[in-house]
Design a protein around this ligand. Structure first.
Ligand code: GP9
Ligand code: MN
Length: 604
């Protein structure tokens, strides 16, 4: 027995840590019964390898494995708190290249997370009680390996039957983790990353290409209302950092949170059922979708994984039409690999941090006030007509530069993430009001279509309790939560011809096709819909969830809901077909990226 103290500790402690993590990310439907065996099987792999070593080496090997797995759990836990997703290899590549946004991560880590490392301080002292001399046969290691392969095969097969394509596409990493444990998820991620790298080299079948082309051609709107109505006008698109829909037309103690946007809405087309669709690529996913109408990458960010691809982007389409094109953002040019991607998208000018006087810093960087003020001069110097894409920054998580946002009384939300966010977005709203006034005075407003939208949520899932305070509610259902994931889309037309509240279910994928119709741009590889000529209200998420009319499918728990009543509904043949077509569309988009299909099809 004393020869195996390290093995006993390992086989007890590691599954406990993995079960605790599983409960932390999925307290609603956590079940030890369904998770214990796949988790033990995932741990046995390390034991099988360890038993091939001499006892002294085995002790060190198992100790290091314990340390690595514990650190991985802490990273996964904090990543989940913000992104509600599980880290994958492409994301790790991102974060190395991104230089993770320090303040965001720091504000998420809890001291209790380090309890995952507590045993590692004690285990070295146990080593002296071990009997390292006993010779151990290799046979048990082989038996263990067979046992864990058989156990895992059973659970992997069951999941692949229940959720076809899930293990190969990993469209829903949370579901895999909740079903198989986080270690098995990482094994699958490592396998898929290697397979995809190799697979990308393999040619795509002609049938798959024609399926994709058929989908894209059928996806074009038959109607062409307002086609080319704004050809020759400028397009100014403003992506507002973390502008979440719940602040629009909301007040605290009678004071509007976003008075300037509320005013803009009155003279614009306002889409009040517009949702963000970002995945691991965060802000870069938002701008990738609005400028390309292709879905985010399965894992990681397109801006890193496919930066060498050819894209049929909106700035490229405008440039080919004789427009000047510019992107403006007061932060590091290489953040999210933008300097590479914007060149690839044919933004002829990219005014990044170095193009602005850094005269006022708020949060991550240049203040929205200074950025927007300085941007007016840059727009004035663009050749007309132009497409200009501006990205704000001051209302970036964790909104902790509160003294710089001006005074806005948030009542009982003071000193909470929600209260700080409201102050920050109120500040940004003020700067946007100033910016729009200056556009008006310079005459640009009358000669431009303004598109303004939020890139993604502001309040992460692990802070949903703040909405109970904000709305004075006692609970938040799954349907309440998805409805809170709206961001505003406001389109202001120079002639005010189109204005009103548009309830069409829509998302970031739909902006480019909508602009292509209004400005008469070619529509070659778009997967979204033209919002002024579409009746189907479908929104697809990277993890396979979707909203379609009145239905909401939540892939995290494989459940359908009625969006009106919030009640769960059983899967019908129609709903299963919808779910399959959603996975097809995601796969088409992935194939376009993986095989650089736009380049191939353009060359044809
Ligand atoms: C920085 C800003 C932040 O450039 O776009 O990106 P995010 O952290 O929100 O993805
Ligand atoms: Mn963002």
């Amino acid at each position: 027995m004393r020869s195996f103290i390290d093995v006993i500790i390992f086989i007890i402690i590691l599954p406990c840590k993995l079960l605790i993590y599983a409960h932390q990310i999925n307290s609603n439907s956590f079940s030890v019964k369904s998770l214990l065996m796949p988790i033990i099987a995932s741990v046995l792999v390390f034991l099988a390898i360890g038993l091939l070593l001499k006892a002294a080496h085995r002790f060190k090997f198992l100790y290091i494995c314990n340390l690595i797995i514990s650190i991985l759990i802490i990273c996964d836990l904090n990543y989940f708190r913000y992104f509600k997703d599980i880290i994958s290899i492409p994301v790790i590549i991102n974060s190395v290249e991104l230089g993770a946004v320090g303040s965001s991560v720091k504000s998420l880590i809890k001291y209790s997370d380090f309890l995952y490392l507590a045993d590692l301080a004690i285990i070295p002292f146990i080593n002296r009680y071990m009997n390292n001399t006993k010779k151990i046969s290799k046979f048990p290691s082989v038996i263990l390996l067979i046992i864990c392969v058989l156990i895992n095969f059973k659970y992997f097969y069951k999941l692949s039957r229940e959720q076809p394509r899930l293990l190969t596409t990993m469209y829903n990493k949370v579901y895999i983790t909740n079903s198989l444990g986080v270690l098995n998820y990482h094994y699958i991620d490592i396998y898929n990353t290697a397979y995809n790298r190799i697979n990308r080299l393999a040619p795509i079948s002609k049938n798959k290409i024609s399926d994709i082309q058929n989908f894209i051609n059928n996806n074009k709107a038959s109607e062409k209302n307002f086609h080319g109505s704004y050809e020759g006008k400028n397009l100014i698109m403003i992506q507002v950092e973390a502008l979440q829909g719940f602040v629009i037309n909301s007040s605290i103690n009678g004071r509007e949170i976003t008075p300037n946007l509320n005013k803009l809405i009155k003279s614009s087309e306002y889409f009040d059922n517009f949702y963000y669709q970002v995945a691991a690529g965060g802000t870069s996913d938002a701008e990738f979708m609005t400028n390309n109408s292709l879905y985010p990458a399965q894992s990681g960010a397109v801006y890193f994984l496919y930066s060498g691809n050819t894209f049929d982007s909106m700035p490229k389409a405008f440039y080919n039409k004789g427009y000047d094109t510019a992107a403006l953002h007061g932060f590091r040019e290489n953040f999210w690999n933008r300097d590479v991607m914007y060149k690839n998208f044919d933004f002829k000018h990219f005014y990044g941090e170095k193009s602005f006087k850094k005269d006022e810093i708020i949060g991550l960087g240049l203040s929205d006030r200074s950025f927007l003020n300085q941007s007016i001069d840059k727009l004035d110097n663009l050749k007309s007509p132009f497409y200009a894409f501006l990205i704000t920054l001051s209302s970036h998580f964790p909104y902790d530069d509160v003294n710089q946002y001006g005074n806005f009384d948030v009542g009982n939300l003071e000193d909470t993430l929600m209260g700080n966010y409201i102050k920050s977005i109120h500040y940004t709203d003020e700067q946007l009001g100033m910016f729009l006034d200056k556009l008006n005075k310079s005459g640009l407003l009358n000669n431009s279509v303004i598109v303004l939208y939020g890139d993604h949520y502001a309040i992460p899932k692990n802070k949903e309790n703040l909405f109970l305070k904000f709305y004075n509610k006692s609970s938040i259902s799954d349907v309440d939560w998805i409805k809170l994931q709206k961001v505003p889309l406001i389109i202001h037309f120079p002639d005010g011809a189109l204005k009103g509240i548009n309830h069409t279910n829509s998302g970031e994928m739909d902006i480019y096709p909508t602009m292509a119709n209004l400005f008469n741009l070619p529509q070659k590889y778009m997967m979204g819909k033209d919002l002024f000529n579409s009746t189907q209200g479908k929104i697809i998420y990277r993890n396979g969830s979707f909203i379609d009319g009145n239905y909401y499918y939540m892939s995290e728990n494989n459940t359908y809901y009625n969006m009106k009543t919030g009640s769960k509904i059983p899967e019908t043949k129609t709903l299963l077909e919808k779910r399959q077509s959603v996975l097809d569309e995601l796969e088409y988009s992935d194939s376009i990226l993986k095989h650089n299909l736009i380049k191939k099809l353009d060359e044809k």
